[in-house]
Design a protein around this ligand. Structure first.
Ligand SMILES: NC(=O)c1ccc[n+]([C@@H]2O[C@H](COP(=O)([O-])OP(=O)(O)OC[C@H]3O[C@@H](n4cnc5c(N)ncnc54)[C@H](OP(=O)(O)O)[C@@H]3O)[C@@H](O)[C@H]2O)c1
Length: 327
């Protein structure tokens, strides 16, 4: 697979990464950890080196699960994890976001312990709490780099302005935010800032949390599946969104590829359209789907196909999940 460099001085990774969020948790329904582990090993064999997790996923369980894989392949894997974003014990209270330096140091130690490694390759601030000065948080992340606990730093779901300020404090290797055919708000100011500053964009949920693949039946999600509470999967919106997905499916069929491959090809194509490095991290726990998603790297959409896809983003019903600054 083609290799790309993240940011001005960041690591070199395969052009498509792998989201590991659901591998050891039931966030997207029941998981089979042995197939998840086989998927990780297969990914590495196929040249996928950027593996994405967070301390939030399974409340640390996902990092613990990844630990043996990362340690066994330490010189090949570029392990990205994140801090500072957790659900309250009481789901009615939503999420808390903690960006205080003292919390960041403690979170990094905990992630290192669970992963069983000495250095996190890319450490992301998962969400921004605007009550804490960004200078303080990025300063703490820079301290982690200076002490050798972190190699590169990144941010998730910040504004273009915040990206500029953070990058003036310490070089930011990557920005990880949602970007897909159905989630295009980042194109307004975040993508231009990343392009200008030569910060790599790591699109998360490039398959719309599975919706863009045409295989997710919102009415058949398991009880614990987090998508049950996401507006785009809600009863009042799902039919309209499924009609949009059928546009992708028709286009895929005509071309002899899958809807997932159209969605991934569109995300990869953003690199040329917007003039920046783009390394999407589709999440899958299955080897066959990993191969399917990787094959999309060689799918180049025509102008006519892009014209058909262009209106979809504005027609999506229901907001993507947004989280507050509560702490
Ligand atoms: N920074 C952040 O705030 C943030 C937020 C969300 C996610 N993320 C990261 O981004 C990664 C990817 O996002 P995501 O997992 O939310 O969404 P996604 O990649 O858009 O979609 C993942 C879903 O699609 C399914 N899938 C994958 N490939 C498929 C294919 N070819 N055909 C049919 N279904 C397919 C997966 O099921 P199977 O697993 O069963 O294949 C899973 O249910 C996560 O793993 C996580 O690391 C970051």
């Amino acid at each position: 697979m083609r290799a790309v460099k993240l940011g001005m001085n960041g690591p070199t990774v395969g052009a498509q990464g792998l989201g590991a969020m659901a591998m050891a948790t039931d966030i997207y329904g029941a998981t089979d950890e042995s197939e998840s582990m086989a998927t990780l090993n297969h990914a590495l064999d196929r040249g996928v080196t950027l593996i994405d997790t967070a301390d939030m996923y399974g409340n640390g369980a996902n990092e613990t699960f990844l630990g043996p894989f990362v340690r066994a392949n330490r010189d090949r894997v570029v392990l990205a994890t994140k801090f500072g974003f957790f659900p309250h014990d009481d789901p009615a209270k939503g999420y808390f976001i903690d960006n205080r330096p003292e919390y960041i140091f403690q979170a990094a130690e905990a992630s290192l312990r669970r992963l069983g490694i000495e250095t996190i390759d890319i450490y992301y601030m998962h969400r921004r709490n605007r009550k804490v000065p960004l200078e303080d948080s990025v300063g703490a992340m820079a301290d982690l780099v200076a002490s050798g606990k972190v190699r590169y730093i990144g941010l998730s779901e910040v504004t273009g302005e915040e990206l500029r300020l953070a990058n003036s404090i310490h070089p930011i290797a990557a920005l990880e935010s949602e970007w897909s055919l159905f989630s295009r708000d980042v194109e307004e100011s975040v993508v231009p800032a990343a392009a200008e500053l030569n910060i790599a964009f790591v699109p998360y949920s490039p398959l719309g949390r599975g919706m863009l693949t045409g295989t997710v039946k919102a009415t058949a999600l398991e009880a614990g599946d987090v998508r049950n509470v996401f507006p785009r999967f809600a009863g009042e919106h799902i039919d309209a969104n499924a009609r949009l997905v059928s546009v992708i499916s028709t286009l895929a069929q005509a071309r002899g590829v899958t809807p997932a491959q159209i969605a991934m090809a569109w995300v990869h194509g953003r690199a040329t359209v917007h003039g920046l490095t783009v390394v999407p991290i589709p999440g899958t726990r299955k080897r066959s789907r990993l191969d399917e998603n990787l094959a999309a790297i060689d799918v180049h959409l025509t102008d006519d196909e892009l014209k058909v896809l262009e209106p979809l983003g504005d027609a999506v019903q229901g907001i993507r999940p947004v989280f507050s600054d509560d702490m």
